[in-house]
Design a protein around this ligand. Sequence first.
Ligand code: VGL
Ligand code: ZN
Length: 199
Amino acid sequence: MAADALIVVDLQNDFCPGGALAVAGGDEIVPLVNDLIRHTEHVLLTQDWHPAGHSSFASSHPGRQAFESIDMPYGPQTLWPDHCIRGSKGADFHTGLAWSKAELVIRKGFRPGIDSYSAFFENDRLTPTGLAGYLRERGIGAVTLVGLATDFCVAYSALDAVKQGFATTVRLDACRAIDLGGSLDTMIGKMRDAGVTLI
Ligand code: VGL
Ligand code: ZN
């Protein structure tokens, strides 16, 4: 029988209160996520992992502000405050997260010219991270996603997981959203339409 995996998305200091791109209540989910980790055999983590000067940072585009959208060669891209710079404190997992059980940490967003919300494909929607192949080789057929942020990295990961043929669940009670211009409602609708199980 195919196994299940829990994927904890970007539960990093910069997405928690006090961080560079804080998600409201981001730290509140840590106890529940730890509970899910305890009760799941296969645990994977994702880690947003940008080089300094990354193209998704507003600071890399003179005259542009964070949370504006720009056109990149691969399509529209929201600009963000500098965050999750690889090796920095902000890129570390939240100190309360019981991450040691994780069998894999998948890092994303490390190519200077492409952002990556999804744990499966970067924002050009073509460059794979290798996660789908890893899950298939491990015999994992179903994934449950939790973490930050609901309407960006969790949602893009969930939509790609379904497309890649994995039975996909998002535990909304163990996620928190950025909610930029209605993005939470939009992405919840997209996940529901795509066949993601929302709990
Ligand atoms: C994320 C914006 C930029 C996320 C990552 O984890 O949802 N959002 N980088
Ligand atoms: Zn990022």
